[in-house]
Design a protein around this ligand. Structure first.
Ligand code: BES
Ligand code: MN
Ligand code: ZN
Length: 477
């Protein structure tokens, strides 16, 4: 649970206090003695970090982020300082505190702090350390509660995305994912329509049905819609998310030790989409957004599709399956075809699609590619820098297309040994006829080792990126 946050005009005495230090800090609100001020200045000379002053009944934490040359890196330094602070608050079991300092720095530090307070302990039967930060007072005459609420909703959206990712498949089947989406829709205020297997059959979603063929659990296709009155856009923005609740590889079973261990996270794209809709709806942004989430597990059952099979997608395209582990593109293709009926302004898809993307840039960023205008790509990349969910664009050169040629069908689902992220993207492009960008989040979606405020496990990457992009693109900022 997040702390309750309130605003106050000035620092109170005798309370746990966090004070953010500007490059030339003004210590006057803190009532430090001359000697203390000198000690603090000396201690923090050029150096970053958190200094703790023990006042017996309360703490004063002085926080200074390292100086960076570029704005995105400077902002990120304050978020990271928020993470560092979270560690100290936990260690000292601080339950209530006041936070003073510059307005932007306060918001950034708060973002890092709140994102760091996430934990997933649903399956721990022993009581965990019950510490919780309960009350936080922001000392400011510039901030208003709306800004604070907006940030809190965005953090909640990211937490929800993380939890969906962290849930194992024994709980989070495709059907349960749909139930969770409905719950999030009720909580934040967006509509969720769930297509069950019969409807998916009548829509002839051959990609989703093929991937599901080896499963004992039915697939679902989820349509999330947030269309508030007075939406600024007349054509929707569509977000598509890969909802593979578990990826064993199917009959092309994942090979080496360890390669399957994290595959409960193969619905991270779905989590991004759900989190983004949650943030938009909870904050009542006047923008029409549709989320499309095809969901299934990918398993080697008796009826499973085989390498060599040919399937027919919902737009009639035939695909020769050469590797059943290249399943994400099959379910996304049907969702991208389905998106056409909305004549969307723009379609953005999020997917843990290829190991190749993860190998290329690791967990530090997201690989993207698409057919949207240069202006849109720039706006996306800028939002990526601002949220530090950074983007790297890969090319969709037509020369790569020959890797997807099949001798017996329109396409194969398997490219060659190189440029795997790109050939996966080109496969998806075949099913689009609108401006589109594909985000391969295989690298940053799930971390095996904790990294600052992103934590360990599901990160919810893409939620803050999308929120920032949408606010900017529709001039709602
Ligand atoms: N879900 C995986 C991609 C993945 C790998 C995500 C590692 C996160 C971490 C995807 O379905 C997959 O298996 N891709 C294959 C494609 C290949 C068979 C063309 C891959 O990347 O190896
Ligand atoms: Mn796979
Ligand atoms: Zn997969």
């Amino acid at each position: 649970m997040q702390p309750a946050i309130t605003l106050a005009p000035s620092l109170q005495e005798n309370q746990h206090t966090v004070y953010l230090l500007a490059p030339e800090p003004d210590f006057s609100p803190l009532g430090l003695s001359e000697a203390e001020q000198q000690w603090v200045s000396q201690k923090l000379k050029g150096d970053e970090g958190v200094l703790s002053l023990n006042r017996y009944h309360h703490w004063i934490f002085l926080v200074k982020a390292p100086k960076k040359q570029q704005a995105p890196q400077q902002d990120e330094a304050w978020r990271q300082a928020g993470h560092k602070l979270a560690g100290l608050l936990k260690k000292e079991k601080v339950q209530a505190l006041q936070l003073g300092g510059g307005t932007q720095e306060q918001l950034l530090l708060l973002e890092g702090l709140l994102l760091s307070l996430y934990s997933f302990d649903k399956y721990k039967t022993k009581k965990q350390d019950s510490w919780r930060l309960q009350d936080l007072t922001l000392i400011s005459s510039e901030l208003n509660m709306e800004q604070v609420r907006e940030l809190q909703q965005l953090v909640s959206a990211t937490w929800h995305a993380r939890t969906l990712i962290n849930e194992p498949v024994v709980y989070l089947t495709a059907t349960q994912l749909s139930r969770e989406l409905e719950g999030l829709g009720r909580e934040a205020g967006f509509a969720v329509e769930v297509f069950e297997e019969g409807k998916i059959q009548s829509l002839k979603m051959g990609g989703l049905l093929a991937v599901n063929a080896g499963s004992t659990q039915p697939p679902t296709f989820n349509v999330l819609e947030y269309k508030p009155e007075g939406s600024v856009n007349s054509k929707p923005l569509i977000l598509v998310g890969k909802g593979v609740v578990y990826d064993t590889g199917g009959l092309s079973l994942k090979p080496t030790a360890g390669s399957m261990d994290l595959m409960k996270s193969d619905m991270s794209g779905a989590a991004t989409v759900a989190g983004a809709l949650y943030a938009l709806a909870a904050n009542k942004l006047p923008v029409w957004v549709v989320g499309l989430i095809p969901a299934t597990d990918n398993r080697p059952g008796e009826e499973a599709i085989t390498p060599g099979d040919v399937i027919t997608m919902c737009d009639g395209t035939t695909v020769e399956i050469l590797n059943t582990d290249a399943e994400g593109r099959l379910i996304l293709a049907d969702a991208l075809s389905y998106a056409k009926k909305y004549s969307p302004e723009l379609v953005l898809d999020f997917a843990t699609l290829t190991g190749a993307a993860a190998r290329a840039i690791g967990p530090e960023g997201t690989v993207c590619m698409g057919t949207a205008s240069e202006a849109i790509m720039q706006e996306l990349k800028q939002a990526g820098e601002q949220t530090y969910e950074r983007l790297v664009e890969f090319p969709l050169w037509e020369e790569y297309e020959k890797q997807l040629e099949s001798s017996i069908a329109d396409l194969t689902n398997l490219g060659g040994p190189n440029a795997g992220a790109i050939t996966a993207g080109l496969f998806l492009k075949h099913f689009t006829d609108y401006p589109w960008v594909h985000f391969d989040i295989a690298g940053p979606a799930f971390l095996t080792k904790a990294d600052s405020y992103r934590g360990k496990g599901g990160t919810g990457v893409g939620v803050r990126l999308l929120y920032r992009f949408i606010k900017h693109h529709y001039k709602l900022a």
